[in-house]
Design a protein around this ligand. Structure first.
Ligand code: 3HC
Length: 327
């Protein structure tokens, strides 16, 4: 007796209902799934897709901010930005390692990024036009990332959950440095305040799109929530983010660019205006304003790093051979 709807490695349904029920019971009992455990092929593929895309987002996410390192207005700001961008690189590396435990190689994942098969977060396809964008990215983009990623620390797959604990600690620092930067601009000269308001106007809608399509249009949410990969739906996380961010904007004396944003006493949260999903899907499908530049930069880095990867592999092989000879 075989189940319906789940696919095996051969592309057909091959997993017995008994196996799937046993696996689901482990998930329901909050057991962590580890790399050597038996798992449904659909579970493995979902994780490879999500962790791979998450890793790509961290790495591509270094580009918009990296663009401002040489132009940071003070040594203190430069040091913080440099550390933040390096952290994002580290997050990408933990996540690639977590995905590798599922039997996919770094080369395969990179190939999928460079050919457009694997996505990365829509948010990183927008340009950073002013210094205020750096504050807004920390405040909103890292703020949205934390809201989405704290629940991932409880994801059912052990290596992903453990990687996310450190990632979230670092993202909290990123969010605070961003908000602090926005504070100094919002409470600065009228020109500085106008600059941060302009950045907020450009980044607000893309930030709330980061959480993905509405639940009704989210293709993977139901299964990912049943497998406890996701703990909250896209709309639930978006709502939490909006509710946390509105008072922060009010404190700064800034206006969120949504005339329909208002407190709804009954639901205990803010209502917001309609999201432009046509823009979201355009960006997700690779037509974002900076999409071409982002992939071009990643391809250049990958090609130019080939000699480093080859040298590291040759060195590891030499050490292995030496150790074997000595034994
Ligand atoms: N950008 C690009 N693609 C997106 C997206 C977004 N903001 N939101 C959803 N999508 C894609 C999905 O990947 C999926 O496409 P696929 O089938 O080709 O993979 C499709 O739209 C349908 O969306 P679903 O809601 O069904 O997809 P998921 O269940 O995977 O949910 C998600 C999307 C909430 C982003 C989820 O994958 C997730 O939580 N991922 C882990 C966190 C992550 O990747 N965050 C990215 C930002 S990291 C970051 O910001 C770095 C930090 O330093 C700031």
């Amino acid at each position: 007796m075989y189940s319906q709807g789940l696919i095996g490695a051969d592309g057909r349904t091959t997993e017995s209902e008994e196996f799937l029920a046993r696996f689901q019971a482990r998930i329901d009992a909050e057991e962590k799934i580890e790399p050597t455990d038996a798992m449904p092929e659909g579970y493995r593929r979902t994780l490879v897709r999500q962790i791979g895309q998450h890793a790509h987002s961290e790495i591509v996410g270094m580009l918009p901010e990296g663009n401002w390192i040489t132009r940071a207005p003070s040594l203190r700001r430069k040091a913080a930005l440099l550390a933040k961008v390096q952290d994002e690189g580290g997050h990408g590396l933990y996540l690639y390692c977590a995905a590798e435990t599922l039997g996919v190689s770094r080369e395969e994942m990179t190939e999928e990024l460079l050919t457009g098969k694997a996505k990365y977060s829509s948010i990183f396809n927008y340009p950073t036009l002013s210094w205020a964008d750096i504050g807004i990215i920390g405040w909103l983009v890292d703020g949205a990332a934390i809201m989405n990623q704290i629940p991932l620390c409880r994801c059912s797959y052990g290596p992903y959950a453990r990687a996310m604990i450190r990632v979230c600690k670092e993202e909290s620092f990123h969010q605070r440095q961003g908000y602090e930067l926005c504070m100094s601009l919002a409470f600065g000269t009228p020109e500085q305040k106008a600059m941060v308001q302009d950045a907020l106007n450009r980044w607000w809608w893309p930030s709330i799109m980061m959480f993905g399509p509405h639940d009704a249009d989210s293709q993977h949410s139901d299964q990912s929530m049943a497998w406890k990969i996701k703990r909250f739906s896209n709309d639930e996380l978006r709502q939490k983010f909006i509710d946390a961010t509105v008072p922060q904007a009010e404190y700064l004396g800034l206006t969120l660019p949504d005339p329909d944003l208002k407190w709804n006493e009954e639901k205990g949260g803010y209502d917001h205006g309609p999201i432009d999903w046509s823009e979201f899907w355009r960006v997700v499908k690779g037509q974002g304003p900076m999409a071409r530049d982002r992939i071009k930069a990643r391809k250049k880095a990958w090609d130019e790093g080939a000699w480093v990867r080859e040298a590291a592999l040759a060195h590891a092989e030499k050490r292995r051979a030496r150790k074997m000879a000595a034994e």
